[in-house]
Design a protein around this ligand. Structure first.
Ligand code: HBI
Length: 95
């Protein structure tokens, strides 16, 4: 069973992922990605989708033209877990 991060681990995650915003109501991290056009945005989403499937950990996200808004949280833990850090790390590597 995946465990929710304790306060120290959460602080460390929020420090590491400075470009993401903590959503305390969901205990999640969110970030907006903006691309040159829809094709670039959708290509990014395709890459993230493949990574998410491999990790069996999936984002909550929305896309409007060249913008992709991603929210990461672990439903099974009802908050942030190490899986969210791993997926955020993998997403940042795509940039
Ligand atoms: N993705 N964000 C997120 N949180 C989960 O708890 C989660 C998931 N993807 C798949 C998954 N859990 C499976 O392990 C469970 O649906 C069985």
């Amino acid at each position: 069973m995946v465990q929710k991060l304790d306060d120290d681990a959460r602080t460390a995650l929020l420090t590491r992922f400075r470009d993401w915003t903590h959503d305390p109501t969901r205990d999640a991290i969110t970030r907006r990605f903006t691309f040159d056009d829809f094709a670039q945005a959708f290509g990014f989403m395709t890459s993230v989708a493949i990574i998410a499937e491999k990790m069996d950990h999936h984002p909550e996200w929305s896309n409007v033209y060249n913008r992709v808004d991603i929210l990461l949280t672990t439903h099974d833990a009802d908050g942030l877990s190490e899986r969210d850090a791993k997926l955020a790390e993998a997403i940042e590597r795509l940039l």
